[in-house]
Design a protein around this ligand. Structure first.
Ligand code: F6R
Length: 261
């Protein structure tokens, strides 16, 4: 894992946007993996800005979102499909149908999960996956106890995640759905490059476990230690519990310019 610690959240967003822009320059028909939530918002703002002012184009790209609440009506403002449209997709030039997410309204949820896995495979897999991390160490909605070999499936959200996400539902925990569909941990680690963003002290323990803890289903993000190309973009607060923070800083400062993220 490459750990990059920066004082400015905007700089983190710029680094992630650079990685996306470089990928699209190399492969305009790349497949992106998109997280929802607050962590990638500055990245999406930067990508939208580059689309508007620098001609960055997503017209040949495809994208897959990570997860979706089960049962939220199609017009609900917090349905992840609606959220990603608002945060990124509607602000750039993906062609209609190029961005897909798990169908939390499907009559047959199990079949919907299998179809989603098949669609990702048919697209050739995800080239670059943008990720956040939950305070309990979840990635996508793979809560503690998730199988490290899991694929897209239905999960039950923990009380902690529902409380964390209540801010998007007017502070009402009961309004946060209990179930979701989520890419599994094995689905996520199949992406060729993972770029995870975390900011704020609330993420510090989960980040410490992810980077420096033992691989365990209790901290699902630790599965990323098995991935050969993960970039972890952190502000100082999210990095505050890392034992080897100074080493990560030295490593990044000494990084050869040709290497990229
Ligand atoms: C969202 C997702 C979640 C979030 C995580 C952090 O699609 O998969 O794993 O990335 O809950 O959420 P934020 O970024 O809002 O702190």
């Amino acid at each position: 894992m490459e750990v990059v610690i920066q004082t400015s959240a905007q700089h983190l967003a710029t680094l992630a946007a650079d990685a996306v822009a470089q990928l699209l320059a190399d492969r305009p028909d790349a497949v992106l993996g998109l997280a929802t939530g607050s962590s990638p918002l500055a990245v999406y703002d930067e990508l939208a800005r580059r689309h508007a002012t620098e001609g960055l184009s997503f017209a040949r790209a495809q994208a897959f979102t990570l997860d979706e609440y089960v049962g939220l009506p199609a017009d609900h403002p917090e349905r992840y499909r609606t959220v990603i449209d608002r945060d990124l997709v509607g602000r750039v030039d993906f062609v209609p149908g190029a961005v897909r997410g798990p169908d939390g309204l499907a009559a047959d949820l199990r079949a919907a999960c299998e179809q989603y896995e098949a669609a990702i495979a048919e697209a050739g897999g995800v080239d670059l996956q943008i990720l956040g991390i939950g305070t309990d160490g979840h990635i996508a909605f793979n809560e503690p106890g998730s199988s490290l070999a899991s694929r897209t499936r239905i999960k039950t959200l923990t009380a902690q995640t529902r409380a964390d996400n209540a801010r998007f539902f007017g502070g009402d925990v009961a309004a946060v759905p209990q179930h979701c569909l989520t890419q599994g941990l094995a689905t996520i680690v199949a992406a060729r490059h993972v770029v995870l963003l975390a900011t704020g002290r609330g993420k510090a323990e989960a980040v410490h476990q992810m980077v420096e803890g033992p691989i365990s289903a209790m901290w699902p993000a630790t599965v990323l230690q098995l991935h050969p190309h993960v970039t972890v973009l952190l502000d100082e607060a999210a990095a505050s519990r890392l034992q080897l923070a100074d080493y990560y800083r030295e490593t990044y400062a000494a990084k050869p310019a040709w290497q990229g993220l």
